[in-house]
Design a protein around this ligand. Structure first.
Ligand code: UD1
Ligand code: MG
Length: 456
């Protein structure tokens, strides 16, 4: 399908509704799908489609929604609908955005986040090909609650809201997704002529079809997969939409060369980047801002956020990378290892049960099991620097700020609080005393105590 870049376009996203069924203090459209609010997903889609200007109509918790969308998309404009009087009234709240120079206006919903760029392009194409109004419809087994598309001889003649429909109209399964595209020229004239003589006493945007046709304009439908039109009213639908979003992303990544053994267990953030030939084992969860480079392996049950994993690095199983974690090429973070604000140099290994925070670990260094960077004194965070090729013995406490020189060693169990020069070995332990026969003596005493207790 060809797009029509020559035609100018405005998308208006309706986001004023209350969303009572979410049972939430947060406005419905701000609820996240893969970590990004639904309304911002819609804005992203409009941007990706190169659709042009974007406007958002806010109402319920207007300021909060406005701040959120403007922080995400500085060039979108926000309009307030002060009372909820229906979808046509909501669009009219943004009438200032519908300027004379526009060719097309597309109405989207802030709580319908799965709509795709290609659907948006198709709607624009239909306008370019001559329709004055294009309504995106879908077929569904259970049309209860949706507006029905009344089509005669291939032309859309009206949209009937469920509550206003006759029994015959209710039997129609082609439904209104709510997404409508208009040639801008006469749109305002049509919207202003819409009345509220219906069961809900609302100004229905859907009436634009009948009002437009009475003025000699044409209306048509465009079929889209039901999945794209899913609207979120409660948390079960939010979860459903999240899962569909995840499935799409998994598929996209696999087709781009990422291996997943059990894709349905891998959870992505909306901005996760995973490159070709990376392997994601089961039960991996991505938080915001993660890049996984080619050939890296994220092993099972790992959690990553704000992290960069360079080529051929291996993370997990059971690893946690927190913001600022950088795993350089070929480095390793093994089981029960947590890394925060730290760079693990090329080829360096942190294989077992360690916390590395606010640190730089040089290339090819080996960090023994149970090593902890003691980075926090209860007030300030301090840095640990470990030189290239250093060998940190198991259960070393590195009391920051501290610096371990290149190729230096620490003896297992040491608490290191002074810098170690290159090539030195630091050992910090109390002297060991072996008390002759003491273990046997204690064992016999305890056995006697047990026997005495039983007989008393
Ligand atoms: C609407 C359509 C219906 C369609 C259905 C698809 C109308 C009259 N009906 O019905 O044909 O099948 O969507 O889901 O358009 N909104 C505002 N301000 C308002 C009213 C609504 O911003 O005054 C926003 C809501 O936040 C929501 C969207 O518009 O995002 C749709 O409103 P909603 O009340 O959910 O309409 P439906 O009854 O679902
Ligand atoms: Mg609805």
């Amino acid at each position: 399908m060809t797009s029509s870049p020559a035609r100018s376009c405005l998308t208006i996203i309706l986001a004023a509704g209350e969303g009572k069924r979410m049972a939430s203090d947060m406005p419905k459209v701000l609820h996240p799908v893969a970590g990004l609010s639904m309304v911002n997903h819609v804005l992203n889609m409009c941007k990706a489609a190169g659709a042009g200007e974007r406007a958002v109509v806010v109402g319920n918790q207007a300021e909060r929604v406005a701040n959120s969308v403007m922080a995400h998309d500085a060039s979108c404009r926000v309009y307030e609908q002060t009372e909820r009087k229906g979808t046509a009234h909501a669009v009219l709240s943004a009438s200032k955005a519908i300027t004379d120079d526009l060719d097309d206006v597309i109405i989207l919903y802030g709580d319908v986040p799965l709509i795709t760029t290609s659907t948006l392009q198709s709607a624009r194409t239909a306008l370019a090909e001559g329709s004055d109004i294009v309504v995106l419809g879908f077929e569904t087994a259970d049309p209860t609650g949706y507006g029905r598309l009344l089509v005669e001889n291939g032309e859309l003649v009206a949209i009937r809201e469920h509550k206003d429909a006759t029994d015959k109209e209710k039997s129609i399964t082609l439904c209104n997704s709510g997404i409508m595209a208009f040639r801008a020229e006469r749109m305002l004239e049509i919207l202003k002529d819409i009345g509220n003589n219906n069961t809900q006493g609302e100004y229905y945007l859907t009436d634009a079809v009948e009002v437009g046709r009475a003025k000699g304009l044409t209306a048509s439908t465009l079929s889209v997969p039901e999945e794209e039109t899913l609207g979120v009213n409660d948390r079960t639908q939010l979860a459903e939409v999240n899962e569909i979003w995840q499935q799409r992303r998994r598929k996209e990544l696999m087709l781009a060369g990422v291996t997943m053994q059990n894709p349905s267990t891998v959870i992505f953030h909306h901005d996760t980047i995973v490159e070709r030939d990376a392997v994601l084992e089961p039960y991996v969860v991505f938080g915001p801002n993660v890049l996984v480079a080619p050939n890296a392996v994220i092993r099972a049950f790992s959690h990553l956020e704000g992290a960069t994993v360079a080529k051929s690095a291996v993370v997990g199983p059971y690893a946690r990378l927190r913001p600022g974690a950088v795993m350089e090429e070929g480095s390793k973070a093994g089981n029960f290892v947590e890394i925060k604000a730290a760079t693990i140099g090329a080829g360096a290994k942190v294989n077992h049960l360690s916390y590395i925070g606010d640190a730089e670990v040089g290339a090819e260094a080996n960090i023994g099991a149970g090593t902890i960077t003691c980075n926090y004194d209860g007030f300030l965070k301090h840095k640990t620097i470990i030189g290239e090729g250093a060998f940190i013995g198991s259960n070393t406490s590195l009391i920051a700020p501290v610096k371990v020189g290149k190729a230096a060693n620490t003896a297992a169990g040491s608490a290191i609080y002074n810098d170690i020069p290159d090539d030195d070995l630091a050992i910090e332990r109390n002297e060991q005393a072996n008390l002759s026969g003491k273990a046997k003596q204690l064992r016999e005493r305890n056995a006697q105590r047990k026997a005495d207790k039983k007989s008393s």
